[in-house]
Design a protein around this ligand. Structure first.
Ligand code: ATP
Length: 466
C-alpha cells in the first residue's frame, strides 16, 4: 500500500516532525516549508544516495558546488532572461492569478466560485509571460532598481555545471564521455505553487550534465532513463507508481532533442488515472546548445558572434580524430523535495494491531530511514536499565544512527518509531541485566528476537544492509 493522498503525508509530516509550514507563527509564506529533525535527515539520506550512486560508484562523474548567485550574463546567454517564463492569466472576477497551463490544479480563491479550471466563474484575461527568476541586487551601494547591480537567484543548478565545463575538464584530465554533478537550492517565483512540497518557490535539485559525442547521445540518454528508474526502485518506490512520459514535439524546449520525464503517482485520489501522475524528474538530450551558448566563438547565420561577453570557448578537442566540437549534453534533473514526497508516499502503510487499532508504518528503506535503531528502556525508573540502554546507544552509534528514547510506555514508543520509519527497536528489560541480551523488534513484521549484546551490532548491521 502507499499513501491515499498527499494530505495524509502532510499531517504525518507535521505530527512527527518531518516538515513544517515555514513562517507559521506569522501566518506562513505561500508554499514555503521547513524541514524538521526527521525531514532534514531523510533529505540528506536521499542526497547521499544520489551522490554515492552517481559520483562515487561510477568512474565517469565529477562533483561540483557552484554559486547560487552568478554573473547576470549566465542567465542572459542561457536564455533564462528572455524565455524562462510561464503564461500568466488574471481573473477579473476573483482577482486570482493562475498559470494558464496548470489551471486544472488550482481552485478559484473566491469561495462561492467553482474551480478555476472549469472556467465557469472565472473571467480570465489574455495570457502574458511572467519571468520566474527571483531578482536581487549585488553590492552594498546598489539601489533597488540599479540595472548594473541586477542579479538573479539561480532557477536551476544546471548552468553552474556548464560554465565550469572547462575548469573540470582541465583539472580532472577527463576525456569524453564524462559528467559533472551537483546538488543545491534553486528558486523559481512560481505562479501557482502548491501541493505541499511538490511545487515550491525555493527547492533543491540534484542535477548532472553528461557530456558526450553527438552520435553517442541517443543511447546514453536511454541508458540514463533506465538507470534512474532503477535508482528510484532502490529508494523503495514501487514500479506501479512510476511512469515514463515522452515529451511531445510541442512541449520540448527549443534546444532539446528528446526529453523523457519520470512521473510519480502523486495524486492517487484522482479518478482519471492519467491525472494521478506528475513529474518527478526530467531527462533531456540538450544537444550542444548550452556549451555553445556560453562560448565566445560560435556565430549566427549572419556571421555575428552569439556570445560577445564570454572569455572562454567551451569546445572539446578530440585527440583521436583531431576534431574540435561542442559536446552534446544529457541532463538528468531530479528534485530532492519531490523525491522525498514520493519516498514518503510510497513508504506509507497502515496495519491493524491485535486490539483492532490502526497503526501507521513508514516502510522506508533502511538506507533512507532518519533513525536506524531506537534503544528503549522498559523501565525508566530503574537506573541499571537506563544506563545499559544509554551504553548500547553509544556503542551502536558509530555504525548506525541510533537514538535513546524513554519518553513513554513501550507501546507508544514502538508506535512512534514505526511511524517515523525506524527499522529496529532494541528494548532493554529486567532480564537483560541478568542475561546480557536484549529484544530486537522489527518495524515491518513486529516480530521480536532475543539477541545477545555481544552480537547486537553485527546482527543489526546485517539486517540494515539487506
Ligand atoms: P514543472 O513542469 O513541474 O514545473 P519543470 O519541468 O519546470 O517542472 P525542471 O526544470 O525540469 O522542472 O526541473 C527539474 C526537476 O526539479 C523537476 O523534475 C522537479 O523534480 C524539480 N522542480 C522543478 N521545479 C520545482 C518546484 N517549483 N518545486 C519543487 N521541485 C521542483
Amino acid at each position: 500500500m502507499s499513501a491515499p493522498n498527499i494530505e495524509t503525508i502532510v499531517s504525518l509530516a507535521k505530527r512527527r516532525g518531518f516538515v513544517f509550514p515555514a513562517s507559521e507563527i506569522y501566518g506562513g509564506l505561500g508554499s514555503s516549508w521547513d524541514y524538521g529533525s526527521l525531514g532534514v535527515e531523510l533529505a540528506n539520506n536521499i542526497k547521499k544516495s544520489w551522490w554515492r550512486w552517481l559520483v562515487h560508484e561510477r568512474d565517469d562523474i565529477e562533483g561540483l558546488d557552484s554559486s547560487i548567485i552568478q554573473n547576470r550574463q549566465v542567465w542572459k546567454y542561457s536564455g533564462h532572461e528572455t524565455t524562462f517564463s510561464d503564461p500568466l492569466v488574471d481573473c477579473r472576477a476573483c482577482k486570482g492569478r493562475f498559470r494558464l497551463d496548470k489551471l486544472q490544479d488550482v481552485s478559484c480563491p473566491k469561495e462561492q466560485s467553482a474551480n478555476a479550471g472549469s472556467g465557469k466563474e472565472c473571467d480570465l484575461t489574455e495570457a502574458r509571460e511572467f519571468n520566474l527568476m527571483f531578482r536581487t541586487t549585488v553590492g552594498a551601494v546598489s539601489a533597488e532598481d540599479d540595472e548594473s547591480a541586477l542579479a538573479y537567484l539561480r532557477p536551476e543548478t544546471a548552468q553552474g555545471l556548464f560554465i565550469n565545463f572547462a575548469n573540470v575538464l582541465n583539472t580532472s584530465r577527463r576525456k569524453l564521455p564524462f559528467g559533472i554533478a551537483q546538488i543545491g537550492k534553486a528558486f523559481r517565483n512560481e505562479v501557482t505553487p502548491g501541493n505541499f512540497i511538490f511545487r515550491t518557490r525555493e527547492f533543491e535539485q540534484m542535477e548532472m550534465e553528461y557530456f558526450c559525442r553527438p552520435e553517442d547521445a541517443p543511447h546514453i540518454h536511454q541508458e540514463f532513463i533506465d538507470a534512474f528508474q532503477e535508482w528510484f526502485y532502490s529508494l523503495g518506490i514501487s514500479a506501479e507508481n512510476l511512469k515514463l512520459y515522452e515529451q511531445t514535439k510541442e512541449e520540448l524546449a527549443h534546444y532539446a532533442e528528446r526529453t523523457v520525464d519520470i512521473l510519480y503517482r502523486f495524486f492517487p485520489e484522482r479518478d482519471d488515472e492519467e491525472k494521478q501522475f506528475d513529474e518527478l524528474m526530467g531527462i533531456a538530450n540538450r544537444k550542444d546548445f548550452d556549451l555553445k551558448a556560453h562560448s565566445k566563438k560560435p556565430e549566427d547565420r549572419e556571421g555575428k558572434r552569439i556570445n560577445t561577453d564570454s572569455n572562454e570557448d567551451l569546445s572539446y578537442f578530440d585527440e583521436a580524430t583531431k576534431q574540435r566540437f561542442y559536446p552534446y549534453v544529457i541532463e538528468p534533473a531530479v528534485g530532492v523535495n519531490r523525491t522525498l514526497l514520493a519516498v514518503l508516499m510510497d513508504a506509507y502503510t497502515e496495519k491493524t494491531n491485535d486490539k483492532n487499532e490502526t497503526r501507521v508504518i513508514l516502510k522506508l528503506k533502511p538506507e533512507l530511514a532518519p533513525i536506524k535503531v531506537a534503544v528503549l528502556p522498559l523501565a525508566k525508573n530503574k537506573p541499571e536499565i537506563v544506563s545499559m540502554a544509554k551504553d548500547l546507544k553509544r556503542q551502536l552509534l558509530p555504525a548506525m544512527r541510533t537514538v535513546y528514547d524513554d519518553t513513554g510506555g513501550i507501546g507508544k514508543l514502538y508506535a512512534r518509531q514505526d511511524e517515523i520509519g525506524t527499522p529496529f527497536c532494541v528494548t532493554v528489560d529486567h532480564e537483560s541485566l541478568e542475561d546480557n541480551a536484549v529484544t530486537v523488534r522489527n518495524r515491518d513484521t513486529w516480530e521480536q528476537e532475543r539477541i545477545n549484546v555481544s552480537e547486537l551490532k553485527n546482527y543489526l548491521r546485517g539486517r540494515l544492509e539487506k
